[in-house]
Design a protein around this ligand. Sequence first.
Ligand SMILES: CC(C)=CCC/C(C)=C/CC/C(C)=C/COP(=O)(O)O
Length: 254
Amino acid sequence: MPSPRGSRERRSARPEFASLLSQRGPGAPDSPSRRRESAGSAPPPLPEEDCMRLNPSFVGIALSSLLAVDLWASKRLGVCAGEASAWGSARPLLKVVEVSGHGIPWLLGTFYGLCQSDSSAAREVLLNLFFALVLDLVLVAVVKGIVKRPRPTHNKMDMFVTVSVDKYSFPSGHATRAALVCRFVLHHLVLAIPLRVLVVLWVLIVGISRVMLGRHNVTDVLFGLFLGYVLYSVVEYCWLSPLNAPALFALWSH
Ligand SMILES: CC(C)=CCC/C(C)=C/CC/C(C)=C/COP(=O)(O)O
């Protein structure tokens, strides 16, 4: 008969640990009853799948803990999530930062520059920036559509032009774009040091503002920055030039 203490422990087990407890049935290899049963004889070897099963549980627990910390920190940092929030008066300023990292101004600005440019070197850089921005939009939309992580509950959905997948928050499209554009600009434009520092600061401000506005959890922004950083390497690898994409460049030659 189970002792009252044992049943109390089972009742109060936290759901995060349920997967671990459920693996320890009466026949589980390391349960006390099993050890008593097999006393005196050599313990049977552990089936491989039983050894493997513990790992996903630990990974699961680590992930749930990370997500719990993420949700808690994001809620605490969402100080501009509404006008009535702790730093609500800074919200209009952060919304300007939001527009500075939005896809539309970047796409339109790059396209305009492309139409106006009269040097083939500038056209090559701008065409690749345009290609990078489109690739970024597609990649973020695909990941958002697969992961389907909802935006934080404290987010007010009053963003400047969004598409359907933008109801999801992982990863942050603004963070991805900011990291991508930052690497692109630092690599292809000759800028004075103060301007280079400003570009890096802009990325950090865009990232932090996404959490402060309540748009994203911290992990959405961190992953977005990582994705944008990596995406730039992909763009460099697939760099379009008059040699490998002559038809594309013929379109823009005057
Ligand atoms: C040409 C075309 C389809 C442009 C779409 C531009 C557009 C609406 C981009 C969405 C930008 C946006 C609101 C991203 C969401 O950023 P998060 O940081 O909130 O993920």
